[in-house]
Design a protein. Structure first.
Ligand code: 6GU
Length: 271
């Protein structure tokens, strides 16, 4: 996979040299380049922003440096001219984007090239995104309902979520199967030695050696935790393939099956 990140703070992306992502780059699984947007300006002050039309607080990122930078990264990839062949995906981190999820991380992990455009200030001139859609599949993406100062931290999160799904990046691929969100549920609680710590015991079922019972207990914990912390994930959950034991557990947690999907009973406890 090839990833290009364009930012006015390239040093903010330094953590991409560490740990699992740094290793993936060394192993040749990932070709990642960070570009300084100011290198694509032409004036003496390397200006990237200006005042907003219509007035208001803050500054807006100018269109032309972005167009120059994005054209360069689209072209730089396997010598392809913009508009030639498969379009790379342009991800624009913004609190005004669609929510980035594990499902989207999987979709993006299947792409050849991703380009991340890190906006700062009040955002990028909207015409850049219109123009870019001729050369890229443009996807404005948000991490959640809160505001960061710029896209860089969001890019660190998204790149990590995507790159760890590439074949060979995570040592044991099984660890990708049993984790939060892999099956639409939160992960079960985990414990390690000692079995008794400061008068707190590991749940005895985990010491029983009964693998069927352990699997059932973990599944129940997943439902319980999800119902308590993220009831939104269970509402509408596909109940078609759920075993009877799961349905009973869910009924106790306040969920019925209606038309094959979980539905929260009106009298169930509040969020
Ligand atoms: Cl992706 N960018 C910014 N600037 N703020 C955010 C965000 C992204 N997601 C949540 N808040």
């Amino acid at each position: 996979m090839r990833i290009d990140v364009v930012s006015i703070f390239p040093e903010y992306l330094a953590p991409l040299e560490l740990s699992l992502i740094g290793k993936a780059r060394q192993d040749g699984l990932l070709d990642l380049l960070v570009h300084d947007l100011r290198d694509f300006t032409t004036d003496r002050h390397r200006t990237v922003d200006d005042t907003p039309y219509g007035g208001g607080a803050g500054m807006v990122m100018k269109a032309e440096p972005w167009a120059q930078a994005l054209a360069a990264v689209a072209e730089g990839y396997s010598g392809r001219a913009p508009g030639d062949g498969a379009k790379p995906v342009l991800i624009v981190p913004s609190p005004a984007g669609k929510r980035f999820t594990q499902a989207i991380a999987h979709e993006l992990a299947d792409e050849e090239q991703l380009v991340f455009a890190c906006g700062r200030y009040e955002g990028i001139d909207e015409r850049v995104l219109e123009w870019a859609s001729e050369h890229f599949t443009v996807r404005p993406m948000s991490l959640g309902d809160y505001v960061l100062n710029g896209g860089e931290v969001a890019v660190l999160a998204m790149v990590e979520a995507i790159v760890r799904l590439l074949p060979g990046v995570v040592g044991n691929p099984e660890s990708l199967v049993e984790e939060s969100h892999s099956d639409g549920l939160l992960e079960y609680p985990v414990y390690t030695k000692p079995s008794s710590w400061r008068d707190r015991e590991v749940p005895p079922v985990l010491l029983s050696g009964n693998h069927g019972k352990i699997a059932q207990w973990r599944r129940h914990q997943q439902f319980q935790r999800t119902a308590e912390r993220r009831p939104d994930l269970l509402d509408g959950f596909d109940a078609g393939a759920l075993p009877r034991a799961d349905r009973t557990a869910l009924a106790d947690l306040g969920y019925d099956v209606v038309d094959g999907r979980l539905k929260r009973r009106a009298d169930a406890t509040e969020d």
